[in-house]
Design a protein around this ligand. Structure first.
Ligand SMILES: [Zn+2]
Ligand SMILES: [Zn+2]
Length: 190
């Protein structure tokens, strides 16, 4: 009889000959292995976009990085949606209102939460993305007007990453702006 192993991710028992090793050395079934690979692929895409963005100016950089984050978030969400095993009865519970509806009627939020048609109609993808990503512009404004204090505030309040990044960029832009202003003023005194 073939040796059987248990998948570290889904706990399914598979023949050892059909198993894979994850990068962390865990034993995985073929499905979970390719799923992990796909998530890694999404992160690679994000890293490549970051790399590309690093050539541009500060603000363009922040905007491009934010776009790359959006895409990665969507990629992970789609994978999470695929990952959910379809129940035998082809019915699924909505994670918002707990109503059980046909799996074919289920849609997914950006965070991978299952939604029934009613909740899906009420679902605001833009607001959800804001919640997950934070507002780059709010961060920028905080960093620009409050400088280092703004950066400290977004970190202390544990705001989403997009906002922290925005604050850092805003703080940098303000610094350059004030430096420029000082120069203009100094030149005006002569
Ligand atoms: Zn598995
Ligand atoms: Zn629902």
């Amino acid at each position: 009889m073939a040796a059987m192993v248990s998948c570290a991710d889904c706990r399914m028992t598979v023949p050892q000959s059909d198993s894979f090793f994850g990068t962390d050395g865990s034993v995985l079934c073929a499905r979970c292995h390719s799923m992990r690979e796909a998530h890694v692929q999404v992160e690679r895409g994000r890293a490549a976009a970051y790399e590309q963005a690093s050539g541009g100016g500060l603000i363009m950089q922040a905007i491009q990085m934010s776009a790359a984050d959006d895409q990665a978030l969507r990629g992970h969400g789609e994978l999470a949606a695929i990952r959910r095993p379809a129940p035998a009865a082809a019915q699924q519970a909505c994670q918002r209102c707990r109503a059980v509806v046909a799996t074919s009627d289920i849609t997914y939020s950006l965070a991978g939460e299952s939604l029934c048609p009613t909740c899906s109609a009420a679902y605001d993808a833009t607001a959800d993305r804001q919640r997950l990503e934070g507002s780059l512009w709010r961060g920028l404004a905080l960093g620009f007007f409050l400088s280092v204090v703004g950066v400290i505030i977004v970190h202390a309040m544990q705001r989403p990453d997009g906002e922290k990044r925005g604050a850092l960029v805003g703080c940098g832009v303000a610094f350059v702006f004030y430096l420029f202003l000082l120069r203009v003023l100094a030149a005006g005194m002569h």
